[in-house]
Write a protein that binds this ligand. Structure first.
Ligand SMILES: C[S@@+](CC[C@H](N)C(=O)[O-])C[C@H]1O[C@@H](n2cnc3c(N)ncnc32)[C@H](O)[C@@H]1O
Length: 252
């Protein structure tokens, strides 16, 4: 890929075309999104998300941005945890701001219901509809690889965080062992598009999802990009042998 193209799965496309293509994928999968995640990962994505929420450790009074938050699966966790902490220790309500550029995903999330701490906004990760230094934490879960200009999205995360604010990014990554990589490749390319075809009636969208995972930078390269965007204490934790990774950092 050169600078004049963006990746869309294994295809290189005009960067101007990518947002519409990705939006189309999530428009089509929105209604079955949560069910498909459970089927594709045999529920393991819930453990990764729980571990991410535990690392975030939401606190009363905090503003937490759930960027590319989709149907609010993470936001509900954060709101519940902040509420529990508030019941134990007091303090003011937390606010969890779900930002997603796909109104269909947000509509599916609203329909499922959410605690009052969760607010929803249609907006782009590359130009967040939020003021500077407004949040104690920014989380992006399975969203960053869909973004056209990842360095711009990382700088936006930095912009909206207060100094010392926590950055967490949960994303599919690269398995660390060759045996796991081979097994995971076979599963991803053969089984996932088939489940997509049968359950969501949409093979192409799930083919895109597995291809986009393959093209995403590995743990080390992505950590370098986070550092370049102005974060300190950059680190990562592999989940399930690197099938997914949680990248973390602090706004300077
Ligand atoms: C795989 S879903 C993840 C949803 C949720 N974070 C989760 O973990 O369940 C990816 C989401 O990223 C959103 N998205 C993709 N590109 C985006 C962008 N540039 N700005 C905001 N949201 C974006 C999509 O609309 C979709 O809802």
């Amino acid at each position: 890929m050169d600078e004049r193209t963006a990746t869309f799965g294994f295809k290189d496309v005009d960067p101007a075309a990518k947002p519409g293509l990705v939006r189309g994928v999530f428009d089509r999968v929105a209604g079955r999104y949560d069910l498909m995640n459970d089927l594709m990962s045999a529920g393991v994505h819930r453990l990764w998300k729980d571990a991410t929420a535990a690392r975030l450790n939401p606190q009363p009074g905090e503003t937490i941005v759930d960027c590319a938050g989709g149907t609010g699966d993470m936001a509900r966790r954060f709101a519940r945890m902040a509420r529990r902490a508030q019941e134990r220790r007091g303090g003011s309500d937390a606010q969890v701001v779900v930002v997603d550029y796909n109104a269909e995903m947000i509509a599916a999330g609203r329909e499922k219901g959410a605690p009052p701490e969760v607010v929803w906004a249609v907006g782009d990760a590359q130009a967040l509809p939020l003021p500077d230094a407004c949040a104690e934490a920014y989380v992006i879960s399975f969203g960053i690889r869909n973004v056209t200009d990842i360095p711009t999205a990382l700088r936006e995360a930095r912009r909206v965080l207060r100094p010392g604010g926590r950055f967490l990014c949960l994303e599919f990554s690269q398995p660390v062992s060759e045996a796991l990589r081979r097994a995971y490749d076979a599963y991803s390319f053969k089984v996932i598009p088939e489940i997509g075809a049968r359950v969501a009636g949409d093979r192409a969208s799930y083919q895109y999802l597995v291809e986009s995972i393959r093209r995403f930078p590995d743990q080390k390269r992505f950590a370098g990009m986070i550092g370049e965007a102005g974060f300190s204490m950059v680190d990562w934790t592999n989940f399930t042998g690197g099938v997914a990774a949680l990248h973390t950092g602090r706004a300077i």
